[in-house]
Design a protein around this ligand. Structure first.
Ligand SMILES: N[C@@H](CCC(=O)NCCCC(=O)O)C(=O)O
Length: 277
């Protein structure tokens, strides 16, 4: 008997995409792991994947086993910041938000994922994590350097305004990002971060810069799979409950990531078939 809860018609297998979680506390004393619905929808609708959580368990996640089962990893943004000892910098100011459990998970995860050829898309904190994991450093407060325009959000503005407006970027011709988005008109991105790249990690290649020269996107040279990170928030396109408008550039980014994940998923399926044969 077919009911409203019966599984839908069989559809083509979708890639399994892990989403990095933050650790937080609810009002009580129950620590929880979280990530936003917009990231989940970006994975399921934008990248056509199946979203699964990567909890911030640090050593409790057997990373080598995890990456063998995943077809892609999306490293989310977060209000928290990477602890500066991870990039050999002095301590942060009191009151700075940190998430050591997330650091202990994502930084080694990035190495494991690159080594296993898992496609990665890093967003904002995730972009900063990729740079730090691979040996780069960050400015803790861009606005105090006197070298950059304002990259922080206006917290008094409505959410839609904060995530729709920002600044333009220049996409480096001939790079991986230019292959995803090769249009002559200026590209606008949103901008909601206080920290930014100071020294780019060895092996990373700049894919886009802001007007002030700040690195806004990079890829990993010679990576076996799609390994791209952006300082802005393409997942805004999939923010629920808002008329967010259309951002074809953001759709193209998630689409390219999804295609890379689908390629890995087919390769993993073939390998499993070969083992089972
Ligand atoms: N804390 C870092 C990274 C900023 C960031 O990822 N913001 C995301 C906010 C919440 C979200 O939209 O997911 C910095 O300030 O540089």
């Amino acid at each position: 008997m077919v009911t409203q809860h019966s599984p839908r018609a069989v559809e083509a297998p979708r890639p399994l995409i892990g989403i990095s979680a933050c650790s937080q506390h609810t009002e009580g004393e129950h620590p929880i792991f979280t990530f936003g619905e917009k990231y989940t929808r970006a994975v399921s609708e934008g990248a056509q994947g199946i979203a699964v959580a990567i909890p911030a368990l640090g050593n409790g996640v057997p990373l080598d086993q995890l990456v063998q089962r995943l077809d892609g990893i999306l490293l989310t943004g977060s209000p928290s910041n990477i602890e500066p000892h991870h990039y050999r910098d002095a301590g942060s100011e009191p009151g700075t938000a940190h998430d050591p459990k997330r650091d202990a998970t994502t930084l080694p995860l990035i190495w494991a994922a690159v080594a296993a050829g898992v496609p990665i898309l890093g967003i904002c904190r995730g972009f900063q994590e990729m740079n730090v994991a691979l040996g780069g450093t960050l400015y803790q407060k861009l606005h105090t350097t006197g070298r950059f325009q304002e990259h922080r959000e206006n917290k008094n503005a409505p959410l839609a305004e904060r995530y729709s407006h920002g600044h333009t970027i220049r996409i480096i011709p001939g790079g991986s990002l230019a292959r995803i988005w090769d249009r002559p008109e200026p590209v606008y991105v949103n901008s909601l971060h206080e920290q930014g790249i100071r020294a780019l990690a060895p092996g990373l290649q700049v894919e886009a810069v802001a007007e002030d020269g700040l690195v806004e996107a990079f890829s990993l040279t010679g990576a076996p799979a799609f390994t791209l990170a952006v300082q802005w928030h393409p997942e805004w396109q999939w923010h629920p409950g808002h008329a967010v408008g259309e951002f074809p550039f953001y759709r193209a980014l998630l689409g390219a990531f999804g295609k890379a994940c689908a390629i890995r998923q087919r390769a993993r399926d073939r390998a499993r078939g070969a083992v089972g044969a």
